[in-house]
Design a protein around this ligand. Structure first.
Ligand code: FMN
Length: 167
């Protein structure tokens, strides 16, 4: 059975649930799946493919993603990798904001060429934020609320098995 690692970064937990939803679909497709926060992953060794993702903060994907890719570049380049990014800009219909999110994701996983990539709308709960983060959100007039589209997340994940099987 193919072993798939779903590895994610998170600050406030909304990406944890997205990674879990992806893992659930891959498991339902018959794959051997482990869903882990990046800070608990030693290496991609022992897996056949990796799904990696994280949220955007102030225009950049959380640094754990880029660090992991940098540290394990050779191993990751030799296996199928799918990537996703979570943020509020993917929730907007603004092409420029969506372009920024796409660029943030490709910067984070460069030089890897993912077999699939996705932008997912996230969740911004002001109650969970500290003082500084709340000020930042106020300055950029970001919308707040849970914009996660579970059907879109599940649909993307259901399309992954044949892509992750390609070497
Ligand atoms: C201080 C702060 C800055 C953010 N900056 C961005 C941003 O630049 N672009 C974006 O699309 N989303 C931005 N977001 C939204 C987060 O990406 C979104 O809330 C995401 O779901 C958080 O994921 P997490 O709960 O896994 O940490 C920001 C959120 C906060 C609190």
């Amino acid at each position: 059975m193919a072993r798939i690692l779903v590895a994610y970064a998170t600050k406030h937990g909304s990406t944890t649930e997205i990674a879990g939803a992806i893992g659930k679909e891959l498991t339902a497709a018959g794959l051997g799946v482990e869903v882990k926060e990046l800070k608990n992953v030693q290496s991609p060794a022992g897996y056949d493919a990796v799904v990696i993702g994280g949220p955007i903060y102030m225009g950049k994907v959380m640094a754990d993603v880029k660090k992991f890719v940098g540290r394990h570049r050779e191993k990751l380049a030799a296996m199928p990798v799918a990537a996703f990014v979570v943020g509020l800009s993917p929730a907007s219909k603004d092409e420029e904001e969506i372009g920024t999110a796409k660029k943030a994701l490709s910067d984070a996983i460069s030089p890897l060429q993912p077999v699939a990539s996705a932008l997912f709308a996230g969740n911004l709960d002001p109650e969970k934020l500290g003082f500084i983060e709340r000020k930042m959100i106020g300055m950029v007039k970001s919308p707040t609320g849970d914009f996660r589209n579970w059907e879109a997340i599940a649909a993307w994940a259901r399309g992954l098995p044949p892509l992750l099987a390609k070497g």
